[in-house]
Design a protein around this ligand. Structure first.
Ligand code: HEM
Length: 244
């Protein structure tokens, strides 16, 4: 019989768990809508109304995603120790933490953490930056494509011909718009669309990687990583490295 004594530790506070599952749901829905937009021709979806309708649904889900992300950014300054940005983004002493952790994994006796282990911190930092990039490029495209907030009215004001009401112009309809300004806008929004598209591919890859490693760490190192995102509690056999 093993003598291991397991200790329960509070890891993820309630706002973090709510953020995580809202974020997960919104990202899945955004990817689903994004793929429909990408393959609309193949799916037999044609016409400007359908094209705009798909974008509207994607953007409305996007607003929930952005608000949830903004809330998480704020919580990273006021939440518990494991929610804080200085416990997530690499900082002082991080390289030596990584070295120790990888050495312990190699030896078959991996260090345990209440928060993220150093490799997890690297992955999560990258995922947060990616989510932020998706949020910013998405909001810019929402404004420049179909004049949706927060930048839409500014864009409509810019491309509308003098003497026309900016509220009267329609997406993908040239009436009432200045040709040269529309061309300038097209050149401006192109790179944002590219970053948004390639960012979504990288994010899909990171989601697969994230799930793979969470399951792998759970099996090899224990710690109830997956249930902790529901209960907030990790059950660890060893003294965690990041315990006060
Ligand atoms: C994790 C977050 C997101 C993912 C994975 C995602 C994914 C995608 C994908 C795959 C496309 C199709 C790309 C294309 O047609 O070239 C797309 C397009 C678009 N997304 Fe997102 N998106 C996200 C967040 C957002 C947000 C927050 C907004 C705005 C509130 C937004 C607004 C748009 C718009 C306006 C388009 C159309 C762009 C175009 O026609 O080129 N997206 N998104």
């Amino acid at each position: 019989m093993s003598n291991t004594t397991f200790q329960e530790h509070k890891a993820w506070d309630l706002p973090i768990r709510i953020f995580h599952w809202v974020n997960f749901t919104m990202v899945v829905c955004l990817i689903f809508m994004g793929l429909i937009m990408l393959f609309k021709k193949e799916l037999g979806i044609t016409g400007i109304d359908a094209k705009v309708g798909l974008k509207e649904v994607h953007i409305i889900i996007g607003y929930v995603f952005v608000l949830n992300l903004v809330w998480r950014i704020i919580w990273g300054f006021i939440g518990n120790r494991y929610a804080r940005w200085n416990n997530i983004f690499p900082g002082k002493g991080f390289l030596s933490n990584i070295r120790h952790y990888l050495k312990s994994v190699k030896s078959g006796d991996a260090e345990q953490y209440i928060g993220h282990n150093p490799m997890g911190r690297l992955a999560i930092s990258f995922i947060y930056l990616l989510l932020l990039t998706m949020a910013i490029t998405g909001l810019v495209r929402a404004g420049t494509d179909i004049y949706y907030p927060p930048f839409g009215s500014m864009v409509a004001d810019y491309i509308t011909e003098p003497g026309t009401d900016p509220d009267s112009i329609l997406p993908y309809v040239a009436d009432g718009t200045d040709k040269d300004k529309v061309a300038t806008l097209k050149a401006f929004k192109g790179p944002f669309g590219k970053v948004h598209l390639y960012g979504s591919y990288i994010l899909m890859f990171m989601i697969v990687l994230h799930i793979f490693f969470v399951v792998r760490v759970e099996i090899k190192e224990g710690g109830s990583l997956i249930t902790a995102m529901f209960t907030g509690k990790k059950i660890l056999a060893k003294k965690p490295v990041d315990l006060d």
